[in-house]
Design a protein around this ligand. Structure first.
Ligand SMILES: *[C@@H]1O[C@H](CO)[C@@H](O)[C@H](O)[C@H]1NC(C)=O
Ligand SMILES: *[C@@H]1O[C@H](CO)[C@@H](O)[C@H](O)[C@H]1NC(C)=O
Ligand SMILES: *[C@@H]1O[C@H](CO)[C@@H](O)[C@H](O)[C@H]1NC(C)=O
Ligand SMILES: *[C@@H]1O[C@H](CO)[C@@H](O)[C@H](O)[C@H]1NC(C)=O
Ligand SMILES: *[C@@H]1O[C@H](CO)[C@@H](O)[C@H](O)[C@H]1NC(C)=O
Ligand SMILES: *[C@@H]1O[C@H](CO)[C@@H](O)[C@H](O)[C@H]1NC(C)=O
Ligand SMILES: *[C@@H]1O[C@H](CO)[C@@H](O)[C@H](O)[C@H]1NC(C)=O
Ligand SMILES: *[C@@H]1O[C@H](CO)[C@@H](O)[C@H](O)[C@H]1NC(C)=O
Length: 287
């Protein structure tokens, strides 16, 4: 051995070996968070500013992203993040009511979190950004909540790619446009909330035929027209809320077939006919 090599070996043992022994013997829990997803989350945080005024006047709860810290490596322990216990992949992101302010589009690092199942961005201020079409790439999504988040524009048709989507809440998002008919392709949908979305045009009749749909909440859309179809015994509808819309036409007698119906809100619409007495529901509003 040349002296310099021997010295290098000596250095190795003196400096690294004790460290290696130490790190093998201390039983650190395996790090859950994947570094690429952690980076995507940090970039997402950095793309917004905290709305100090909203924070001060109590119109948002608190900035969950405060705990997303460059010093803290395990993003699975951050506020609002849920990871799969086995894979460590980020499957839930709930940054609702976090005082976030800023624009967002389809190039956002958010869309690198492709394993997301639940996404809640409600009650932030996204500066009237159009709803990003890249949401349609989050193919594992089961729950999407953009309620009161100052998005704008229409529902992107790419949403119809979300074959697992069970709950869609866009209440108080100013869509000011018709509902795309491809929404009727969301075959897993159980709950649809489009309260106060400034909807226009005709409500696509095919949406009523979605096999798992339990809640349809379309209230306070004074320009939205629509009809009710004949209903089947198989329909699982529990809540049908249409007040303050321009739904019209004959109330189908088959509405009496809706065995599961618990709430029917038809006030300030323009239906003719009457609710059949066979309907054993507990609550009929404003009819
Ligand atoms: C609170 O602040 C937000 C954000 O600036 C603003 O939009 C909202 O109108 C304010 N609310 C009240 C009650 O002042
Ligand atoms: C909000 O949107 C406006 C208009 O698109 C833009 O000029 C402004 O920079 C945006 N503000 C933030 C904080 O993203
Ligand atoms: C999307 O947002 C980023 C960051 O705000 C911006 O640099 C980019 O120009 C935007 N892209 C489009 C197509 O608007
Ligand atoms: C997003 O989905 C579109 C189809 O809607 C596809 O063409 C595109 O490749 C996807 N992008 C990524 C990054 O997966
Ligand atoms: C969406 O988020 C808002 C605000 O956190 C909440 O009130 C609402 O219940 C959520 N919607 C669904 C369908 O969970
Ligand atoms: C929606 O479903 C219809 C019929 O099932 C199909 O023809 C159409 O291609 C689908 N559209 C999208 C955007 O998935
Ligand atoms: C009722 O059942 C028929 C036959 O199965 C089907 O074609 C129709 O789309 C169903 N209607 C609704 C509203 O589910
Ligand atoms: C309700 O229907 C009647 C008769 O078709 C029509 O004259 C009236 O304008 C409608 N009202 C609304 C609010 O659409």
């Amino acid at each position: 051995m040349r002296p310099s090599l021997a010295f290098a070996c000596f250095l190795f043992f003196v400096t690294l070996f004790p460290f290696m022994v130490f790190s093998f013997s201390s039983e650190q829990p395996a790090l859950l968070c994947h570094s690429d997803e952690r980076l995507a989350l940090m970039q997402l945080k950095d793309s917004f500013i905290i709305d100090k005024q909203a924070l001060a006047n109590g119109s948002c709860a608190y900035p969950k992203v405060d705990s997303w810290d460059s010093q803290s490596v395990d993003c699975c322990s951050w506020d609002g993040i849920e990871c799969d216990q086995n894979t460590g992949l980020v499957i839930g992101l709930d940054i609702s009511s976090s005082c976030l302010y800023g624009s967002i589009n389809s190039t956002s690092s958010l869309f690198r979190l492709v394993h997301l199942q639940k996404l809640n961005l409600a009650k932030n201020h996204f500066n009237y950004s159009v709803i990003p079409y890249a949401l349609g790439n989050l193919s594992m999504l089961t729950n999407l909540n953009l309620s009161s988040s100052e998005f704008s524009g229409q529902i992107p048709s790419e949403i119809s790619n979300l074959h697992r989507l069970s709950s869609l809440d866009l209440s108080y998002v100013d869509l000011a446009s018709p509902i795309p008919s491809v929404l009727a392709n969301l075959s897993s949908l159980t709950s649809l909330n489009l309260d106060s979305c400034g909807l226009q045009g005709m409500f696509p009749l095919a949406i009523f035929q979605l096999p798992k749909l339990e809640t349809i909440w379309l209230v306070r859309n004074s320009d939205l027209k629509g009809y009710l179809p004949e209903f089947n015994f198989s329909t699982k509808l529990k809540e049908l809320a249409l007040w303050n819309t321009r739904f019209s036409g004959e109330l189908p007698a088959s509405i009496g077939n809706l065995d599961s119906l618990e709430y029917l809100g038809l006030g300030n619409c323009n239906f003719t006919g009457s609710v059949p007495f066979t309907l054993g529901i507990s609550s009929i509003s404003n009819f």
